[in-house]
Each structure stands twice: as structure tokens, then as C-alpha cells.
Design a protein around this ligand. Structure first.
Ligand code: 13P
Length: 253
């Protein structure tokens, strides 16, 4: 069975006090009814990683970063490296989010290096892929997503890619309130899994969690998570409200 994951991507939101408050509310609401098999990850801004991790203590919630450098250390002002994340015991890092691709010019080759750095430091990359609206409209979305996955992950050996989590996030569904239909989500997840099967074989492809992201809300999470190839979600806006986030997590049980 594949690991089920619901990760909240807080993006660049919340002050320290607000972040502490949100974490505390999520912890309170994470009751016994949450399936222990599901990994719940809070991907918080860099400055709050350690305080959030300490706050979570031995609760089942985990903390993740939203990016890391392709370098280990050195004169890269403002950057945060994978060894730094490892030194704080951070288990997950989001890589290749469409906002990083769009606003910070991150491309497939750079992301391949970041994936390598994360894995070399025993951090699980949540690797994002997904097409913008014009690509969906001209019908080449499957080709683009295949290219994104191949460019940044297909240099990995089978035992390395097994440690990766993929998140399909159609750009047109991010922050727009427009969710992919269950059919659109399942179709793309199946395309990604087939691609993995062709390259790495059935056993590896079946072991890799593929999350859906893009306007996941309490009222659509359950049906998305019921799709056979959707193994959880990467949640933006709704992860900033504890009640909504936990409702979404409940959708996977
Ligand atoms: P929204 O859930 O706000 O659409 O954001 C999705 C996202 O970008 C998660 O990484």
C-alpha cells in the first residue's frame, strides 16, 4: 500500500505568532480519528521550521520546507541548503512548485539538482509538476507533465525515486477556486504512474505517492482522494485554516 499524505503548503503566509497559533489549532484538531497511516505535513516558511518542529514535539504531524538550494553551502546569500534542513531534522521539502518555476525561473535541470540534494540528505522531495491553462487548452498537458517528470526525476535510480513524492498541481487550479475534476486528476495521475511504470517497472511505480494540488477544499477533498491514483493532497489556501485543513485530512480516512 502506498503512503497517504496530506501536506499543507503555507507559502509566504503568517507571522510567527500566527504560525504558532495555526500549528496549535491543527494539533488540537488532530484527534484520534485521524488515520495513523496518513502522513500530515505542515510545509511552513523557513524561519518557522525549527519552532514548528519543536512545537509539534512527538505529535504525529510532520514539518516540511518549501524549497532548498541546489548547493550544499557557500556564498549564496538568502539561500537555505538541504544539509541545513537535515541538521534541523526536517523530513520533507517541496521542490518545483509552479510558483518557484514561474517567479524564480526554476527549470527541470535545476530541479534535478535540488532533488539530488534533498535525497542525499535523506529529505523526501515533494516534487511538483503541472500545466498552465494555455497548455491545458491546447491539449498538450500530458506531454508537458511527462517532460517535467522526466527532466527532474528520471536520472534517479529505482531505489532513489522510490523515496520521492510527486504532486500534480495544474497551475490553472492553484489559488483560483477552480479544482480539476476527479476525472482530470485521475487521468493525469494515471499518466504519471504509467510513465513511472515504463521507466522503473510496476513495483516501483505502484509505491510512489502522487498527490493532487490545486484548490483542494473540505468539500472536494474526499472525492479527489477516492481516485485510485490520487494518494493525498498538497493544500495551499485551505491549509491556512486549521478547521478546513483537518476536514481535508479527514477526507482521506
Ligand atoms: P491552493 O490550494 O491555494 O489552490 O494552492 C495549491 C498549491 O499551490 C499547493 O502547493
Amino acid at each position: 500500500m502506498r503512503t497517504k499524505i496530506v501536506a499543507g503548503n503555507w507559502k509566504m503566509n503568517k507571522t510567527l505568532i500566527e504560525a504558532t497559533q495555526l500549528t496549535s489549532e491543527v494539533m488540537t484538531l488532530t484527534g484520534a480519528e485521524i488515520n495513523g497511516e496518513t502522513k500530515i505535513v505542515l510545509c511552513v516558511p523557513f524561519p518557522y521550521l525549527l519552532s514548528t518542529k519543536n512545537q509539534l514535539g512527538n505529535s504525529p504531524l510532520l514539518v516540511g520546507a518549501q524549497n532548498c538550494s541546489e548547493h550544499d553551502s557557500g556564498a549564496y546569500t538568502g539561500e537555505v541548503s538541504a544539509p541545513m534542513l537535515k541538521s534541523m531534522g526536517i523530513p520533507y521539502v517541496i521542490l518545483g512548485h509552479s510558483e518557484r518555476r514561474q517567479y524564480f525561473g526554476e527549470d527541470g535541470k535545476l530541479l534535478a539538482k535540488k532533488v539530488d540534494k534533498a535525497l542525499a540528505n535523506a529529505i523526501i522531495p515533494i516534487f511538483c509538476c503541472g500545466e498552465p491553462l494555455d497548455v491545458r487548452e491546447n491539449g498538450t498537458h500530458e506531454t508537458l507533465v511527462r517532460t517535467q517528470v522526466e527532466a527532474s526525476l528520471f536520472h534517479l535510480a529505482a531505489d532513489a525515486i522510490r523515496k520521492v513524492v510527486i504532486a500534480y498541481e495544474p497551475v490553472w487550479a492553484i489559488g483560483t477556486g477552480k479544482t480539476a475534476s476527479t476525472q482530470q486528476a485521475q487521468d493525469m495521475h494515471a499518466v504519471i504512474r504509467k510513465l513511472l511504470t515504463t521507466k522503473y517497472g510496476e513495483a516501483v511505480a505502484q509505491s510512489i505517492p502522487i498527490l493532487y494540488g490545486g484548490s483542494v477544499k473540505p468539500d472536494n477533498a474526499k472525492e479527489l482522494f477516492e481516485c485510485p491514483d490520487v494518494d493525498g493532497g498538497l493544500v495551499g489556501g485551505a491549509s491556512l485554516k486549521a478547521r478546513d485543513f483537518i476536514e481535508i485530512v479527514r477526507g482521506i480516512n
